[in-house]
Design a protein around this ligand. Structure first.
Ligand SMILES: *Cc1c(COP(=O)(O)O)cnc(C)c1O
Length: 396
């Protein structure tokens, strides 16, 4: 029999869509070691430079000494150790919600939570640019899925009217992100909440790329706009700005208790290692502290410098006319268009000592391949200037 996988891989290669692993031989940070070469790293979501922070490392090491490595079993059996609960108390306090629940990843939070919120017969309305984990969660729920064009309030409204008319009495869940992962733009949260209220729907807001970056003490977009109380389900990850690993849901006490009873990725999976929870707790404590706020303000300076030096080059085909908030995010898409063009530019930058990933279909739409540049508080101004100079020169 012919090797079917080899044939499929050949098709990917022919379209410049094949993907490969790269080995990083160092800790994460603004400089990484790739195959023995030191590169300035603009690929990571470690926005505050916490992934190798001494405070987090020490918290993890101390927790290993006290609690060991593995959690042994799922949270509902005997895998809930003190660091897990301490983390959840700190998360709820920091986010200003009644309660919080942590998951082993943001992906697990999404695929566990969505099916606990809606079921067959209900309706999920997803922004077109929602992360794969939200799409997968929506599919797993069995609910009817309607996608609205990115940030398009008019289309969302007509979907809501349709859902209310055709599926009267069923639950309607709107799902979106506060800062979009591949474009770095923000959702019109206030208007979304008005629609949600008018149609008695629920809103799940994924703040994966906003926490640590936006809002007082990095609490995200809902907190920045003083709309925390109105968002029913606040999702986020511990793996990006918080520098560790895991996901979370924040919300009302009853929501969290319901998830403990119904979120399958929470129930049927071994608890995250207690040392991971301890490190994440150290990250939350840091963000909530004056030092954390200072680090976040440093990140904002770096973002501002990047905005000055690199003209924005977004080209998401379904972007609406409304001017989106580019001010706050650390994600800078540099759209090359063709898949091969993005790869060539990334390779040329790598030769000059910069690690910037080329993002292609299916992560972004076909023909909107791009460099996805992320700046962090750990980058120096000189590193940012050098990158922008190289991009301008190489794409001239
Ligand atoms: C990264 C990401 C996730 C998944 O989080 P992990 O902790 O990496 O599993 C979920 N949603 C969005 C928008 C993301 O960017």
């Amino acid at each position: 029999m012919a090797d079917i996988f080899a044939q499929q891989l050949e098709t990917l290669r022919a379209h410049a869509l094949d993907r490969h692993l790269r080995e990083i031989g160092s800790a994460q940070g603004p400089i990484v070691d790739l195959a023995g070469k030191r590169l300035i790293n603009f690929s990571s979501n470690d926005y505050l430079g916490l992934a190798n922070d001494p405070r987090l490392r020490e918290a993890a090491i101390a927790a290993i000494a006290e609690f060991g490595v593995g959690a042994g079993t799922s949270r509902l059996i005997s895998g809930t150790q003190s660091p897990h609960l301490r983390l959840e108390i700190a998360l709820a306090k920091w986010k200003g919600t009644q309660a919080a629940l942590s998951f082993s990843s943001g992906y697990a939070a999404a695929v566990g939570t969505l099916p606990a919120l809606v079921a067959k017969g209900d309706v999920v309305l997803l922004d077109k640019l929602c992360h794969a984990s939200l799409i997968d969660g929506a599919r797993l729920s069995g609910a009817i899925i309607r996608v609205f064009p990115h940030n398009h309030l008019g289309k969302l409204e007509s979907h809501l009217e349709w859902a209310q008319r055709e599926h009267a009495g069923k639950r309607i869940l709107i799902v979106t992100e506060s800062v979009f992962s591949m474009d770095g733009d923000a959702a019109p949260l206030r208007e979304l909440l008005e629609l949600k209220k008018r149609f008695c729907a629920l809103l799940l807001l994924d703040e994966a790329h906003a926490i640590g970056v936006i809002g007082p003490n990095g609490r995200g977009l809902a907190a920045a706009e003083n709309l925390n109380k109105d968002v029913d389900v606040q999702m986020g990850t511990l793996s990006k700005a918080l520098g560790v690993s895991g996901g979370y849901i924040c919300g009302s006490r009853s929501l969290i208790e319901w998830l403990i009873n119904r979120a399958r990725s929470f129930i049927y999976s071994t608890a995250p290692p207690p040392a991971i929870a301890a490190a994440a707790l150290a990250a939350v404590d840091f963000l909530a502290s004056p030092d954390g706020e200072e680090r976040r303000l440093l990140l904002r300076q770096r973002i501002k410098l990047m905005q000055e030096l690199l003209p924005v080059r977004p080209a998401t085909p379904n972007r609406p006319d409304r001017t989106v908030d580019r001010v706050s995010s650390a994600i800078f898409p540099w759209v090359a268009g063709a898949e091969q063009a993005a790869i060539d530019l990334a390779r040329a930058l790598q030769k000059e000592g910069f690690f910037v990933p080329a993002i292609r279909y299916p992560t972004v739409a076909k023909g909107s391949a791009r460099l996805r540049i992320t700046v962090t508080a750990a980058h120096s101004e000189d590193q940012i200037r050098a990158l922008c100079e190289a991009i301008a020169r190489l794409s001239a």
